[in-house]
Design a protein around this ligand. Structure first.
Ligand SMILES: Cc1ncc(COP(=O)(O)O)c(C=O)c1O
Length: 415
């Protein structure tokens, strides 16, 4: 049997829609300057699907820092992995500043959040240890756990009773194996926008012995009085043992970091395979990240603008009768009810007739029958954008209730 055979038989749960959806619903091209309005299929659209939370992607100082970094060092420098030949003062400076910002002893850079998280989990546990994790954990957490040869116990999303039960099981097991327990949650859940119940999780530390790793990809820069994250928001920083952030969202860049106690970060530096066996972050990324961090720390206006847009959007949608679930973060899901056919029709209507571009999520990512339209408000949006979008969503909901959207994907013309 040829290993390539599977590629023609079945493209997978998303790939089965490739023929109808590629270039439009999947792999769409957004062109022009990153901002609230961009070009999609030759027309200007209002964009609600970029994690450019603080609007920094196109901030003139950020663009200048990126360009200066590239002009001075090029994309190649430094060559090699950090440990071998890729260490620089700028990488170390960024780590010190990140650690300081999130209130930890040390931090270490990751080339991508995703592979960094996989590697962190791989290193923090061995066969004697048990991982306890939230059922809605991001793919990078799930993939990190695939490398774990010990036990793992899942609890239903934010269900603290179940978490406690899993901690009891894990405690019993580790008493036998002589291992420890690592609990993993997200700070902000990127689909639903609700927060990991960090207060309740850390309260369990009084009864159970475990370490807590928080993936705060969406909370870094957006949550907490200084934007330093969801643990700052809840006031539980000292009980979050390892704090993970990515540069892909608020920082509008690429890369990420892990922060925590000095000795643990040192251990990760010397063991994380994703960093030891991969090239260091290019210098322009690091110089650009230093500038972004400086703006986040010294100019709260970006976060304030973001929250003005978030609050107006979420209140407006709720007042208009739309269901935005339990979000407490900028991530704004709008839940409608229907099948994949209706979901694609709605997205098409929003894009073509209202010039609104947002992401659409359907089964199997959300339960059957739920259509989740995900809006990501940013500091780059305006209150006019918000008002226009609320009106559009209200109309779309009414049309859906009046069965105006055909249920078959085949009815979408002219893609
Ligand atoms: C919760 C969460 N963790 C990790 C990542 C991965 O980060 P990166 O894009 O830096 O690989 C993402 C998405 O980007 C995410 O949403």
């Amino acid at each position: 049997m040829d290993v390539f055979n599977k590629c023609t038989v079945n493209l997978g749960p998303l790939g089965i829609y490739a023929d109808q959806a590629e270039g439009y619903f999947m792999f769409p091209k957004l062109e022009g300057e990153i901002g609230n309005k961009m070009i999609f299929k030759g027309k200007e659209r209002l964009i609600w699907s970029l994690n450019n939370y603080l609007g920094l992607a196109n901030h003139p100082e950020v663009r200048k820092a990126d360009a200066d970094g590239a002009a001075k060092y090029g994309m190649a420098y430094p060559m090699g992995a950090r440990m071998m030949s890729g260490q620089t003062n700028f990488h170390q400076q960024l780590e010190r500043e990140l650690a300081d910002y999130v209130g930890r002893e040390s931090a270490y850079l990751l080339n991508y959040g995703y592979q960094g998280m996989v590697s962190i989990i791989d290193n923090m546990v061995d066969r004697k240890d048990v991982i306890v994790y939230d059922s809605e954990a991001h793919a990078c957490i799930l993939d990190g756990m695939r490398l774990h040869i010990g036990k793992r116990f899942v609890y239903p999303h934010n269900n603290m009773e179940s978490l406690e039960k899993q901690l009891q099981r894990a405690t019993k097991m580790t008493e036998e194996t002589g291992g420890g327990i690592l609990v993993i949650t997200e700070g902000v859940y990127g689909m639903s926008g609700d927060l990991g119940n960090l207060k309740a999780i850390v309260a369990l530390k009084e009864k159970y012995n475990f370490r807590l790793l928080v993936d705060d990809a969406h909370g870094f820069g957006t949550m907490g009085p200084t934007g330093a994250g969801t643990d700052e928001h809840f006031g539980v920083r000292k009980d979050v043992d390892l704090y993970f952030g990515t540069f892909a969202k608020s920082m509008a860049g690429i890369g990420g970091f892990i922060a925590g106690p000095k000795q643990v970060i040192k251990y990760l530096m010397y063991n994380m395979r994703s960093q030891i066996f991969a090239k260091s972050l290019p210098m322009p990324m690091v110089i650009g990240a230093l500038k972004r961090l400086e703006l986040i720390r010294t100019q709260p206006i970006h976060r304030e603008k973001l929250w003005i847009i978030v609050n107006a959007l979420q209140k407006g949608l709720t007042d208009a009768g739309l269901n935005i679930g339990n979000t407490e973060s900028p991530v704004t899901p709008v839940m409608l009810y229907g099948g994949v056919g209706e979901a694609t029709q709605i997205t098409f209507d929003l894009r073509e007739n209202y010039n609104i571009f947002c992401s659409i999520v359907t089964y199997p990512v959300v339960p059957k029958g739920v259509i989740l339209l995900r809006l990501i408000p940013t500091a780059a949006h305006t209150l006019d954008d918000v008002a226009y979008t609320i009106k559009a969503f209200k109309e779309v909901k009414e049309k859906l209730e009046q069965n105006k959207y055909p249920t078959s994907m085949a009815d979408i013309g002219g893609l």
